[in-house]
Design a binder for this molecule. Structure first.
Ligand code: TXA
Ligand code: MG
Length: 289
């Protein structure tokens, strides 16, 4: 299969939407990371997402909407609680995913067999345009092969999905660059199942009963089940050896300067860059962190 790299003109969005309407999978930009988009209500289309991504079938997908009223329009959930509504009002559109009890309309394959569905209204304008043009809610996991690093550009998606999907919309680099925060709402308690673009502090500033799921902070014990199935799988495993250097700034620079500049890259602060002889990836100034 030839993978088209599309822009964001109306005709590009229409073409991508026609693929989605035909039950195909398309690379979709969002403000967090790129997603692998397909019609959330079409089981065959959703199966194609799992296949392209190599994702275990018990790991549920997030269903993306382009308007709060899409929840009702597509009959996605059996109930929107008051707390869920408050979170949606405060953080949508944006990097927050809210788990709600699913309706019959959502196929089990989309939710990995769970009775709940994860819903998100992304802030990215091109994601919203694609969802609207496709005329359906869109299931989309991050557009990387399972286990590999997060895709924040169309080029990342192309590298993992070339030949497996018909098109990718290039909407530029993702603004947030980190996945959405996944929360469940049980009774009056909001639990963070996966940390992401909306912080616990952000949530706590609008609601006082926010907890963080144990699986976020600690490794799961033998036989324990994850509330968010994705938390039990390995993530962001780069295809390279990663070495964490502990010590003074000077010791760090000396250590990396002994490495082969053709095969090694140092992840460093801007302050240290001038002392490093091998290629670097700068992650801001020490004072910013
Ligand atoms: O920012 C994002 O959330 C991106 C963009 C594309 O929207 N999507 C994304 O999807 O990161 P994915 O599939 O890579 O991660 C979704 C996470 C997984 O950990 C999954 O287990 C969890 O959400 N999840 C989905 N539905 C769930 C449900 N019903 N109950 C609990 N966890 C759920
Ligand atoms: Mg992912």
């Amino acid at each position: 299969m030839n993978t088209l790299l599309l822009g964001t003109k109306d005709e590009d969005i229409s073409l991508a939407a026609s693929f989605i309407k035909n039950g195909e999978v398309v690379g979709m930009p969002t403000e967090t990371v790129y997603g692998l988009a397909a019609n959330a209500l079409n089981p065959q289309a959703v199966e194609r997402i799992f296949k392209a991504k190599g994702r275990p079938s018990d790991n549920p997908l997030i269903v993306h909407i382009a308007d709060f009223n899409d929840i009702e329009k597509y009959n996605l959930v059996s109930e929107v609680t008051e707390v869920a509504r408050l979170l949606a009002e405060k953080f949508w559109p944006g990097p927050l995913t809210i788990i709600m009890p699913k309706s019959e309309a959502v196929p089990k394959i989309t939710t990995g067999g769970l009775d709940t569905v994860a819903v998100r209204f992304p802030a990215d304008v091109n994601a919203q345009r694609l969802i609207k043009a496709s005329d359906c809610p869109i299931a989309a996991p991050s557009a990387n092969i399972s286990g590999s690093p997060r895709p924040t550009t169309a080029a990342h998606v192309y590298s993992d999905m070339q030949g497996k999907i018909p098109a990718i919309i290039d909407g530029g680099e993702c603004q947030v660059g980190l996945e959405s925060t996944v929360v469940s709402v049980k009774g009056d308690v909001v639990t963070v199942l996966r940390p992401g673009g909306v912080t616990v502090e952000d949530l706590s500033s609008v609601y006082d009963k926010v907890e963080v799921c144990d699986a976020v902070l600690n490794k799961l014990k033998e036989g324990e089940t994850a509330l968010s199935p994705g938390m039990k799988y390995k993530h962001y495993s780069p295809n390279a050896r990663v070495c964490l250097v502990k010590g003074s700034d000077e010791a760090f620079c000396n250590f990396v300067n002994e490495k082969d500049s053709k095969t090694t890259v140092a992840l460093c602060y801007e302050d240290d860059k001038e002392f490093i002889k091998i290629p670097t990836i700068v992650m801001g100034k020490k004072d910013d962190i």
